[in-house]
Design a protein around this ligand. Structure first.
Ligand SMILES: *[C@@H]1O[C@H](CO)[C@@H](O)[C@H](O)[C@H]1NC(C)=O
Ligand SMILES: *[C@@H]1O[C@H](CO)[C@@H](O)[C@H](O)[C@H]1NC(C)=O
Ligand SMILES: *[C@@H]1O[C@H](CO)[C@@H](O)[C@H](O)[C@H]1NC(C)=O
Ligand SMILES: *[C@@H]1O[C@H](CO)[C@@H](O)[C@H](O)[C@H]1NC(C)=O
Ligand SMILES: *[C@@H]1O[C@H](CO)[C@@H](O)[C@H](O)[C@H]1NC(C)=O
Ligand SMILES: *[C@@H]1O[C@H](CO)[C@@H](O)[C@H](O)[C@H]1NC(C)=O
Length: 323
């Protein structure tokens, strides 16, 4: 009887040890490398530079899924995820894979130390109030596939190094105070499907491209024309650029949205433009020619502020309140 009791105690001790050690391993598997934890600290400070709100980022990969983000007071729109994975590398650590902090109303700067999170593929700072430049440090983030910085107060130029991010599919920089020209290197991003730079103060003149990105010196055009040759592009929005007039020669096939408002387009509307699926906005350019009466079938078509002629088809009037 006593022996049985002692055996039971031993079994219990073994079980206690097992469950204790398993809780240690589960903690260990949530660990981020010290470099990523240090970067998170600094990123939190840079985003909330003025300390206007209470904003904190965790230091663990919770359940192998995310790092906690806390903001006090909360905003109605805030929607953030710092994603992480514990199987992305063959080391004993978890790593941060995405950094999305949308609608947090933070008024600091874009954090250069984000570049220290080398496994990050997505960056989204939509709808904050961040100022300053797109950091040069980010040039080393070769795994990026998605960048959205829309609706902030970013200034200065769009850095040319973005053209080196060959895996980029989304590049959304609209509604900031960016100036200068569109870097011609952007035309190298062959997988780009969504490119928006509307509502900035872009201007200037860049060398024209021929076909696959060869630069023909001496020729001038306000936007690198190779942008229009990116075959996978589904969404392109560029508005209010100054610069010389130029014709729209190519439109990628099967686009969902094409918004080229007030960018000094001249000449006629190319045939492919009529196959844009959802939104076609070419308003306030210097386009000429006749509207094809049989081709305008999409929901949103905006062409006013040009010198177009022809009978406006009934389908067009019905679908276009701004004409
Ligand atoms: C991020 O990396 C840079 C370059 O290696 C280093 O100078 C910097 O201290 C790092 N940031 C943090 C917060 O550790
Ligand atoms: C948060 O953002 C994701 C996309 O990143 C979206 O799918 C989701 O609907 C958003 N949630 C809210 C509450 O807006
Ligand atoms: C983080 O992950 C947990 C567990 O998977 C989930 O309940 C929570 O909503 C996630 N938080 C965010 C901000 O995505
Ligand atoms: C792009 O990468 C190439 C090769 O690594 C490098 O020489 C070039 O300076 C980079 N371009 C920019 C704009 O950073
Ligand atoms: C374009 O913007 C730059 C930087 O703001 C400015 O220096 C330049 O004068 C502008 N050029 C034109 C043609 O407006
Ligand atoms: C468009 O404007 C450019 C620059 O002024 C001019 O060279 C070209 O002939 C114009 N094209 C058309 C079709 O009007």
């Amino acid at each position: 009887m006593l022996m049985m009791f002692q055996q039971l105690v031993q079994v219990c001790q073994v079980m206690v040890i097992i469950s204790f050690s398993s809780s240690i391993t589960s903690l260990a598997s949530d660990l981020l490398p010290p470099g990523e934890v240090a970067a998170l600290r600094q990123i939190g400070k840079t985003l909330n530079e003025d300390g206007r709100v209470s904003f904190n980022l965790g230091d663990r990969c919770v359940s192998g899924k995310n790092v906690t983000i806390t903001r006090y007071p909360p905003t109605i729109e805030m929607n953030g995820t710092i994603g992480c994975s514990c199987s992305i590398a063959v080391d004993k650590f978890c790593h941060i894979t995405s950094f999305e902090v949308k609608g947090y109303d933070l008024s600091g700067r874009l954090p250069p130390d984000l570049a220290n999170l080398t496994y990050v593929e997505r960056i989204d700072f939509t709808r904050n109030n961040l100022y300053g430049t797109i950091p040069v440090e980010w040039a080393s983030m070769k795994n990026l596939s998605f960048i959205s910085l829309t609706a902030n107060r970013l200034s200065r130029n769009i850095p040319g190094y973005l053209g080196n991010f060959t895996g980029l599919t989304y590049l959304i920089l609209s509604s900031n105070n960016l100036v200068g020209t569109l870097p011609e290197a952007l035309a190298q991003i062959k997988d780009l499907t969504d490119f928006r730079v509307s509502d900035n103060n872009l201007n200037g003149t860049v060398p024209e491209f021929i076909g696959s990105g060869l630069c023909a010196t001496g020729l001038q055009g306000p936007i690198p024309r190779a942008i229009f040759l990116l075959e996978k592009l589904k969404d392109l929005r560029i508005t209010d650029t100054s610069g010389p007039e130029f014709p729209l020669l190519n439109v990628p096939k099967k686009m969902d949205h094409l918004v080229l408002r007030k960018i000094n387009l001249n000449g006629t509307i190319p045939e492919e433009a009529w196959s844009v699926v959802t939104t076609l906005d070419l308003t306030f350019n210097k386009l000429v020619g006749e509207l094809p009466s049989d081709k305008i079938r999409r929901q949103f078509t905006f062409l006013s502020g040009n010198m177009l002629t022809g009978t406006v088809p009934e389908s067009f009037i019905l679908s276009n309140q701004y004409l």
